[in-house]
Ligand binder design. Sequence first.
Ligand SMILES: Cc1cc2nc3c(=O)[nH]c(=O)nc-3n(C[C@H](O)[C@H](O)[C@H](O)COP(=O)(O)OP(=O)(O)OC[C@H]3O[C@@H](n4cnc5c(N)ncnc54)[C@H](O)[C@@H]3O)c2cc1C
Length: 398
Amino acid sequence: MDFTLSENQQMYVDTVSRFVKNEIIPHVLELDRSHKFPWDVITKAWELGILNLSIPESVKGYEIDPISTALIIKELSYGDTGISTSAMCNDLANIVIAQHGSDEQKSAFLGPFVEKPILASFCLTEPGAGSDNSSMTTFIKKGADGTYLLNGSKCFITNASHASQYTVFCKVGKPTGNFMACVIVPSLPLLPSDPVDVAAGREINLPGGGKVIIGKPEDKLGQRLSNTATVTFEDVVIKEDQIIGDRRLGFKYIIDVLDYARPMVAAIGVGLARRALDVTLAYTRERKQFGQRICDLPVARETLVQMWKKVELSEMALMKAAFKVQEKKEDRGIYASLAKNVAAEAALFCANEGLHLHGGYGFMSEYEISKLARDAHIIDIYEGVREVQHMIIGREIV
Ligand SMILES: Cc1cc2nc3c(=O)[nH]c(=O)nc-3n(C[C@H](O)[C@H](O)[C@H](O)COP(=O)(O)OP(=O)(O)OC[C@H]3O[C@@H](n4cnc5c(N)ncnc54)[C@H](O)[C@@H]3O)c2cc1C
């Protein structure tokens, strides 16, 4: 495997790195404190072409491969993992359409993302169905006129308050049905310039029939620059052309989505881990105690070495997983889980140890490391908690 980046890949890395340096890092603590959704940054990212990485050439005119996608998300995450989570969520929601939708569905449901800076949500988790998503109860039921009605509630949904389209996984026929489907629910397009107040939650009456009810944005420990809310679907009319692929194969499609998306979460983890290492190196090079720079005190130096090793090793795991996804290798699932798992460990380790090396200053919110420590936790939780990744790895190796 050649680790040299192609000219295109290097260009993506340089472009995103410049964007992060100019548009995110100087304002990130202020943005994070404001609790306001960073529409400006998202719009600029869209203009730069670093949103909607999974949309195929047939719709967008060009395609970004999974290795480049991982590099872009990693660079963006170096700036802020709430912003990259929100950006990457479009791909989480849209990859199933790219992978299993018909040409008409790709054009109808992916085309708008090329035309406008709009957001999508991926609706899998429910209050009673988290790690065990097969126990979900949201369902579609066919009516006499041949259309279906979608009913149920999803929780912890990224971008929910601002989304123009929802990708929803649901049971077929009844809440306890054996089959799972994937349906697309376009909502009213919501542009950054639209004066919509999402703070109290909102109800959207869909032109096609039925209602989407969005809860208040969740008040979170970290990743405050991503939006998270509950979404309830009430008698939402679903036509045949809103069902992706085979309406019995939803569970397989979830696995396909996660095989693609877990390396992207790993990219989020590696980006955060590297940022934590860099801000800690900068701090410990400046701060002196016992007559020496902190980075020169042997025990502190050892911690910095451990942090650097975690960053480098998780980056290697990420690149291997992205390569396996790109080459559509049979064993991509185990490497996707490995990368997600070790990158989450790296993010948590580097943020926690980095905070420690800042001493009391690390506990102050004006130091970025305190924000990174808050942000890191979710990387070990969303798209499958640590134990679920271990379950997948364990099942594959024995
Ligand atoms: C900020 C944020 C954004 C999110 N975005 C989305 C989104 O866009 N779309 C979406 O569908 N979901 C989203 N999620 C949901 C996320 O994927 C789930 O929270 C996650 O899968 C875990 O489910 P749960 O919270 O119900 O925890 P549970 O499944 O209840 O697990 C709780 C704990 O139990 C233990 N556990 C669980 N399973 C096992 C096991 N098999 N073996 C041993 N121990 C186990 C683990 O310690 C785990 O942390 C988001 C969550 C958050 C917090």
